[in-house]
Ligand binder design. Structure first.
Ligand code: PLP
Length: 440
């Protein structure tokens, strides 16, 4: 049985619930495929991160990396929780603005922000721009000078450390499209240029070392490297960064094979290392920023599908097809991400067979799950694919001209639609019919 199916997520009818709401009722009310979130679980994750900072009595900021799941309602939830958010495009920025998210609590990331996007950020009064490269630094220096608008920035650096799950490698030369390179001296030059720009207020340094990280070592290495760098910059450049932003990437449990640390364990290690290193290098204690994305929303979300066609190849495999697939969750096809599924009407039923869950898109690669144990199913049954809350909806597409699913928030036994299901009319809304021959 799936480890996450505890008695707490079952109701008296033994149906799977989310935020105290019966998933079968959700499927009936809002149809499938459907993204559903337990918003109480998101609040709990945020509170856990906050608690460890508070317990250590350090200055901090939690900035939700909204690329993981960005909707008006999610920005509202983040605002209610009092945290910051990162955006990476004019579209995310616009969505946050529509949600009345406090602009002073937004950070704007991206390796190729356009002049229009930077202007929009300045118009909106975005709290911090994470400057990624020299082109952007010069552009922003010019724009802020023209507007005489003092603007807070951090510089994103490529620290030469990258981490992914259990592996982390330390490389002399960071080969990444993001950030100022450390080893070649680009980061030093960027600091000097920022210092020389009269309307740029350089408050800190940012880096992000990877995703789905399961070990604290990569983060500790980052802290060691950054604090040593800051010590050198104090003497050589007279630059005292106030903020050290170590990014996101805290690993989550997608399947029983994943054994992530608690978010709080990561943060505790980062704080302790920062205290030790700043003392060792005689650098003032830093304000620590983190940017959790998936760790706030992944396990709070699931996708409900209706089962349809079955194909059994004797002795080889049984395929169960659902009414969604790579259009609502590209992660398995894109990077072989693994998920687990349960039968919503009775997730505790003993599993009879091993099946593979196929999507409905015209691609052989459109497989959501290979080799999932499930009890006997029938067409029309509701399948819940668990832990799809991060990079599911936000990476959804209209491939094959399938409408994107609705999103529903659930909490304390109540549900609320927060993104409507797309209609066929929505799919052609931006299409412009060919009136006559193009060259006429
Ligand atoms: N911060 C930055 C700069 C990122 O690029 C990302 C993701 O790519 C994140 C934070 C969030 O990462 P995750 O969702 O793995 O926590």
């Amino acid at each position: 049985m799936n480890e996450q199916i505890t008695p707490a997520v079952l109701n008296t009818a033994k149906h799977l619930t989310v935020g105290g709401v019966d998933t079968l009722a959700l499927a009936q009310q809002y149809q499938t495929p459907l993204y559903v979130y337990d918003t109480g679980a998101i609040r709990t994750e945020i509170a856990a991160f906050k608690q460890v900072f508070e317990a250590n009595q350090v200055h901090y900021q939690i900035s939700y990396a909204s690329k993981a799941f960005a909707t008006v309602a999610m920005y509202q939830l983040a605002a209610q929780a009092g945290i910051h958010c990162d955006v990476v495009s004019g579209g995310e920025l616009y969505t946050a603005k529509q949600a009345d998210f406090p602009m002073a609590k937004l950070s704007f990331h991206g390796n190729n922000k356009s002049i229009e996007e930077l202007t929009m950020a300045l118009d909106y009064g975005v709290g911090c721009i994470m400057v990624d490269n020299f082109y952007e630094l010069q552009l922003l220096a010019q724009l802020t000078a023209e507007r005489e608008q003092l603007t807070t920035i951090m510089l994103r650096i490529a620290p030469g450390i990258s981490a992914h799950t259990h592996e982390y490698i330390s490389t002399g030369q960071a080969d990444s499209k993001f950030g100022f390179d450390l080893t070649s001296g680009q980061a030093d030059t960027a600091v000097k240029q920022a210092q020389a720009a009269p309307y740029l207020d350089l408050v800190g340094i940012h880096c992000h070392i990877g995703s789905q990280i399961f070990e604290v070592d990569g983060f500790k290495l980052i802290v060691d490297k950054l604090v040593a760098l800051f010590a050198r910059w104090q003497t050589e450049l007279n630059f005292y960064p106030k903020i050290m932003n170590v990014g996101g990437g805290f690993g989550v449990k997608y399947t029983s094979a994943d054994q992530p640390l608690l978010p709080t364990e990561f943060v505790d290690a980062i704080i302790k290392e920062t205290i030790a290193q700043t003392q060792a290098h005689a650098v003032p204690m830093l304000e620590i920023w983190i940017e959790p994305g998936r760790s706030l929303v992944a396990t709070a979300g699931m996708t409900l599908y209706t089962l349809g066609a079955t194909k059994e190849i004797p002795g080889i495999r049984k395929y169960l097809a659902v009414d969604g697939g790579m259009g609502d969750n590209i992660r398995p096809a894109l990077y072989e991400a693994k998920y687990e599924a349960v039968l919503a009407k009775n997730p505790t039923l003993p599993s009879d067979e091993v099946v593979s869950i196929a999507g409905k898109y015209c691609e052989s690669g459109d497989m959501l799950i290979w080799n999932q144990q499930l009890p006997a199913t029938q067409p029309g049954d509701i399948l819940a694919v668990l832990d799809t809350g991060a990079y599911g909806y936000s990476m959804a597409s209209n491939y094959n001209r399938n409408p994107r699913p609705a999103v529903v928030f659930c909490e304390d036994g109540h549900s609320q639609l927060v993104v409507q299901r797309e209609t066929y009319a929505d799919l052609v809304r931006l299409d412009v019919p060919l009136v006559t021959k193009v060259n006429n």
